[in-house]
Write a new protein. Structure first.
Length: 405
């Protein structure tokens, strides 16, 4: 099982890349809870706090493709460093506004601005895989490992915020976000792979958007639908815990769900797959439906824990397959933009699923969000089967060594 991961981490600079990317992305896992608690404390309203977090996520989704195209045009270092510094300043402004009891509109706007300035670390890492790994099978394993690390960020980020708030305050936690963002991006940019001369815009990126790829356009619908399903589950699991009479179990169920995803991702990345990528992606979506369905019947904490673990098993494999499909569907010069479109579709779908999940709980009970998740993921599988997701011409070829970005 470990042999394929050794083949990834033994590549020159790969371990440094993964570690530095993990540090740089930590604020993404910390921000939702830290901003929620800061705005809640300043306004005494969960509704306004939720609005601020939602505005932050939607701003990230809306601006991500623009930022990705900018990276492809002028280079990674010229975009990531200024964004990190500006985002840190916005976090400090948000803390100052909260401490000064500024109105809700000011807090929501600042939260949205911080989301718009999120440095696109994950898309840049996925593009680097194309440059680092010529072997497509090894590259797919790297995508799996990246998906597992993504789950680690969502587990460790909220836990770190909880520890900080236990000893300090939400203001300190949000202020620290800025410092972590700048430090993390600086560490990331210091990685040898990021110091390569690939920083000038390529001609192809100047004249062609990633959306020119029909394969990428076909992927965005299923990705948004899977995001919708995940958003519904994110709302449904805390609701299940409350229904079972245990508020603290909300975090437990979410953590176990992410743990299941990590287990599935490690298993998926360790296998040698021979099935066509599109068929594999559709199969993973169907398996995700089957593994989520038991949550509909869960009513107790033990049942919720078991079902949450099972429901998470095919999330990271599904993401890994998505990344591989995207990586093979776009041409050189638009890769970063392509991966930011994926992030935008996923976040947009996630936000919609969270909203719908909250609404259906009121109308139909604790099982309803899981029904929404099953239906959304099932629809994603159907759309995938009807879509054109074959690799674009020459998309499987590794990036040329002198390709500028």
């Amino acid at each position: 099982m470990l042999a394929k991961y050794r083949s990834v981490l033994s590549a020159p600079g790969a371990t440094r890349l993964f570690v530095s990317a993990l540090v740089a992305r930590l604020p993404q896992g910390m921000a939702p809870l830290a901003v929620l608690l800061l705005v809640r404390g300043a306004t005494h309203s969960y509704a306004i706090a939720g609005l601020a977090v939602g505005a932050e996520a939607l701003a990230t989704a809306g601006c991500a493709p623009v930022v990705g195209r900018l990276v492809d045009r002028i280079g990674r270092r010229r975009v990531l460093a200024p964004m990190a510094g500006t985002q840190a300043v916005v976090y400090l402004l948000l803390v100052s506004a909260a401490d000064a009891h500024a109105g809700a509109p000011v807090l929501v706007v600042l939260a949205a601005l911080s989301g718009a300035l999120l440095p696109p670390i994950a898309p840049v890492v996925r593009v680097l895989f194309r440059e680092l790994f010529d072997d497509i099978a090894v590259r797919d394993t790297a995508y799996s490992l990246e998906a597992v690390l993504q789950e680690l960020i969502w587990i460790s980020g909220p836990l770190l915020v909880a520890v900080l708030i236990a000893f300090t305050s939400p203001s300190f936690a949000v202020g620290l976000l800025g410092a972590v963002c700048v430090t993390g991006v600086a560490v990331f940019l210091s990685a040898p792979l990021l110091r390569s001369p690939k920083a000038s815009p390529s001609r192809s990126s100047e004249r062609r958007s990633a959306l020119a790829s029909p394969e990428l356009r076909a992927l965005l619908g299923p990705i948004a639908l899977t995001g919708c399903g995940l958003g519904a589950i994110e709302v449904g699991l805390p609701s299940l815990a409350l229904h079972a009479g245990s508020r603290p179990a909300s975090g437990l169920l979410l953590a176990v769900w992410s743990l299941g995803s990590m287990i599935g991702g490690l298993w998926y990345g360790s296998r040698a797959w021979r099935s066509p990528l599109r068929r594999r992606y559709q199969t993973l979506l169907v398996l995700a439906v089957l593994c989520t369905a038991p949550l509909i019947a869960a009513r107790s904490i033990p049942a919720g824990v078991a079902c949450s673990l099972v429901a998470g098993l095919f999330i990271a494999p599904m993401f890994s397959c998505q990344y591989a499909l995207v990586g093979r569907s776009v041409s050189e010069g638009s890769e970063t933009e392509a991966f930011t479109w994926v992030s935008a579709a996923l976040i947009g779908g996630f936000s919609a699923g969270s909203a719908v999940g909250g609404l259906v709980i009121e109308a139909a009970g604790v099982s309803a969000p899981f029904v929404v998740a099953v239906l959304a993921t099932m629809l994603a599988a159907l759309v995938t089967g009807l879509s054109r997701l074959a690799p674009a011409p020459n998309a499987c070829a590794p990036a040329a060594p002198d390709a500028g970005r």
